[in-house]
Design a protein around this ligand. Structure first.
Ligand code: KIV
Length: 258
């Protein structure tokens, strides 16, 4: 088994697992000291390209951003999202997962869904591809108004069954997105593998956030997003100082000139 995955599995019930997204080298380089997992998520579609859906992210985009992100990762486990329509059947999934791993040296891929994609996950595992699951809100298939998952008893039963099925078929961890607090706790307790929550309460084994949200670069009003810093303010300050010095002919001084 991949040693980094082994390390992550050992953290269950001992210490929280830290996961953040990165789409580029410099961000990975900064995060890598603090993270266990760096995810090149298809959230890059909305965050970087203002797409209205992650469905518009294609394989080439995720590979190019992952190649850049890879350059800054030394110790964290690198997981790459398989974009929409790249795993419609098992052969397509294997071909594309292999391509992602070949070009990005990712440790694992992440796929959205439970029972619906279980044969695909089985096939990837049979071919030694490390897989992270993703349950709850599934941005690649989500339709209509946003609503957290686990409201009805049927939905709760299905989600717990899906989580157990994913575990049985070899995923090493599952992202739980926007799952009701007590259900996230129940799923986390029922599994031997770690759950990584986003909008799914403190009860998960780890937490993931989109880094652009974390640092206040991406402006969003989503309930579960806490912005831990105001990087916009600092970028603005640097740009203002640059502007002032250029206007006053202070920059570039002789020190910065040939
Ligand atoms: O695409 C992404 O960044 C994700 C995380 C939000 C879990 O899937």
């Amino acid at each position: 088994m991949n040693l980094k995955i082994k390390k992550i599995l050992k953290k269950k019930n001992k210490t929280k697992i830290i996961c953040l997204t990165s789409y580029s080298k410099n961000i990975s380089e900064i995060l890598d000291r603090y993270t266990d997992i760096i995810l090149v998520g298809d959230s890059l579609g909305s965050v970087l390209y203002s797409f209205d859906t992650t469905k518009k992210v294609n394989l080439n985009m995720i590979i190019e951003h992952s190649k850049s992100a890879r350059l800054g990762i030394k110790k964290s486990l690198m997981v790459v999202d398989m974009p929409f329509n790249t795993y419609r059947n098992k052969n397509e999934a294997l071909k594309n997962a292999k391509k992602i791993i070949k070009y990005t040296k990712a440790d694992a891929v992440k796929l959205e869904g439970g029972k619906r994609i279980i044969d695909i996950i089985k096939y990837l595992r049979k071919n030694k591809i490390n897989v992270m699951g993703h349950l709850g809100i599934l941005p690649q298939s989500h339709k209509g108004k946003f609503r957290y998952k686990g409201k009805t008893s049927k939905e709760r039963k299905n989600l717990l069954e899906d989580a157990l099925l994913l575990q049985k078929n070899g995923v090493f961890s599952i992202v739980l997105e926007c799952i009701e607090t007590s259900l996230a706790k129940e799923i986390t307790k029922a599994l031997k593998i770690p759950t990584i929550g986003i909008g799914s309460s403190v009860n998960c084994d780890g937490q993931v956030l989109v880094t652009d949200d974390l640092i206040g670069l991406n402006l969003t009003s989503i309930k579960f997003v806490k912005s831990f810093y105001d990087i916009r303010k600092h970028i603005g300050l640097a740009a203002r100082k640059f502007k002032d010095e250029v206007k006053k002919r202070k920059y570039p001084s002789t020190k910065f000139s040939y």
